[in-house]
Design a protein around this ligand. Sequence first.
Ligand SMILES: C[S@@+](CC[C@H](N)C(=O)[O-])C[C@H]1O[C@@H](n2cnc3c(N)ncnc32)[C@H](O)[C@@H]1O
Length: 363
Amino acid sequence: MALNLFDRGAPFDEEELANRYRHILSPEDRDRLPAYAALCDALAESRTALELLGAVQARQQNPTLILAILHYLALTGHLVLGPLYGELHEGHPVTPEAFARSVIEVLEAEPALLRRQLWRSTQTNEPNRSAVLAAAIGDVARTLGHSQITLIDVGTSMGFNLFPDHVTVLDRDQGDDAALVTECFTPGFVRSPVPFIGRRVGLDQNLLHPTKTDDVAWLTACLWPEESRRLRRFTALLEQMKQWPEPVRVAGNAVDLIDYEVTFDDTPTYVINSWVLAYFSLEERAQWRNTMDYHFAEREDLVWISMEHPSINDTLRFPEAPKNVPRPGASEIVVTSSFYPSIHWGWSHPHGHWFSVDSGPKA
Ligand SMILES: C[S@@+](CC[C@H](N)C(=O)[O-])C[C@H]1O[C@@H](n2cnc3c(N)ncnc32)[C@H](O)[C@@H]1O
């Protein structure tokens, strides 16, 4: 245990936090993003970076928060970080170790700049996950015969995943920055259309809004600067979003809000969550599962599609994940409905670059 200088001496486990920095990118993302991989390794070696992460409240002690704060400082005009990150945005070649060294120099010289932003939380709203969720929603709706649904997105952030019916999903890259490109690893899987969505509800304890400048800057910062295409797609979708129906956005803890929303009317209701339940406390996860089970028993047309890291499965009382994960670091998609218990539906890259389907009809 080391003493945390930023948090009035609250101790933290130095090695544990260093490992979080080292392993935050999946092996395939480390290969794709050499500058960010070098930065994560350098952060793991920096005492200041460990102290910063150690000062964050336990549930948000995720290195992506520190990465996003550095990116945010770059986006909001930091004289050194701005041009450094600008090179990555533009896709210019950089030497990963040199990039990492320069960023660490800023972090160590000006830790207060980062400390002032530690109140923020990781809120990455990844539209490409909509492509995977659209496949799961369409598949489940087809098998259950639902042609109209209410969609509730738990931990909606800015709300991108509330529009699986509005995004253009491509299986092969055709160079369109606004379209979501997701590769399906399951031969013969045929996408079914997303049913008509009559009501869209986004729940988040820290809602972000597409018209608020700082919200957009923060969400942009949560993206990874080497993924210039992802940045362009994000901007294009923000623009498109202005034409999409305005969803119901409700601020608060989803555990407290869900009862009202799933009993709102008797339209078949689909509850989705992606990369959210890991932020719940253990008690909240148990309460969430109990609440969902209660509503499954109460109504016949409730569906819950969960896309999370399989390490939290047991806390959600999901069956143990199968061992056929296509690539390390994948998210697991689990479907539960009033008609059947939790079943493993498939796997996905954490940001939806690919997915594979194990359950349900394939073709
Ligand atoms: C990593 S983001 C994921 C956003 C989105 N689901 C996606 O897949 O792109 C996690 C979001 O969950 C929200 N969140 C975490 N715990 C929550 C809770 N108990 N109730 C409501 N929202 C929560 C956070 O504020 C954040 O916006």
